[in-house]
Ligand binder design. Sequence first.
Ligand SMILES: *Cc1c(COP(=O)(O)O)cnc(C)c1O
Length: 373
Amino acid sequence: MHFQTRAVHAAAKPDEATSSVAPAIHLSTTFERSPDSTPLHGYSYIREGNPTQSALESALAEIESGARALAFASGIGAAASVLQTLAPGSHVLLPDDSYYAMRIIARDFMPQWQITHDLVPMNDLDAVRRAMRRETKLLWAESPSNPLMKICDLAALAELAHEHGARLAVDGTFATPALQRPLELGADLVMHSTTKYLGGHSDVAGGAVIFASEGELHERVEHVRSILGATASPFNSWLVLRGIRTLAVRMRVHSENAMRVAEFLSAHPRVEATHYPGLASHPGHEIAKKQMSMFGGMVSFRVREGRAAAIEVVSKTKLFVSATSLGGTESLIEHRASSEGPASTTPENLLRLSVGLEHPDDLIEDLRQALSG
Ligand SMILES: *Cc1c(COP(=O)(O)O)cnc(C)c1O
């Protein structure tokens, strides 16, 4: 079945109790049990699991071609829960260009958990191979990466990880399962910030981990979630589930619009570089074509004259809102180094765009006037 159909129908049976077509939101924190405390329908207490979260998880597993899924209160809560399953003494490889809070987890928390790490360019397979150690348990990849839009070869990384007895985890937030399904390429788990495209309307925070197989890893991450507490709320689960229904059509328009915007930017005299994997000039274009069906809605570019000029461009846009985050219907623009703060490794002249669902001509016109002298 085509992805577009799967996204509309995943875990979407009418409600058994009422025949409602839209799913119910179960807000109950507790569930009746038999006198010896046996759950009557599998649920006991909200932090351990709730029916709306379960509905979202079934849909996530289906659309990501996974065996099981877990929903979380945030994307970083999902990522941290995976890392917290690792035994002390484990070594992890993280991308040199990753969501900035991953590097902060590595700096501020992984030492306390006695987990060591190296930052490596995940698009350079020889560098990844050289960085592997006997204790390396996990490779963490992000493709396309934030904010430089680097592409790594997920099938090759999965093979490399497995040769060394390690696992491959992929942060698939930018691509979403509409455009890229890492489990089909051999990854062991996929993580998403559902705050972004899966929610899709800039009005819900959430995260997800989807597993290639059932078993020990899924159980350990679920244990971390239910005891350390990054469970998704019922209402947030419901909003993300609703977002999934339109994911395929939204990602098509995000991708078409971003392609137009990237082509415009790459021909502009004030733009030093445009980072978009859909451009034939992007170093990861051939791999992106192999593992993605379209190239997504995120574009970053560098303003030739430097930091101050880049910030001035942000001040002049009228449609693009100056804000962080991504994946909503409205277009956003951000001076990424400023919002990442002192730990940032992002070039000072880089602007990141989340290209929304407006008409592409209007978006290009807005950028044209913002870039005009
Ligand atoms: C936003 C984001 C995260 C973190 O997700 P939250 O929902 O903000 O916790 C992780 N990875 C990527 C690529 C992101 O864009």
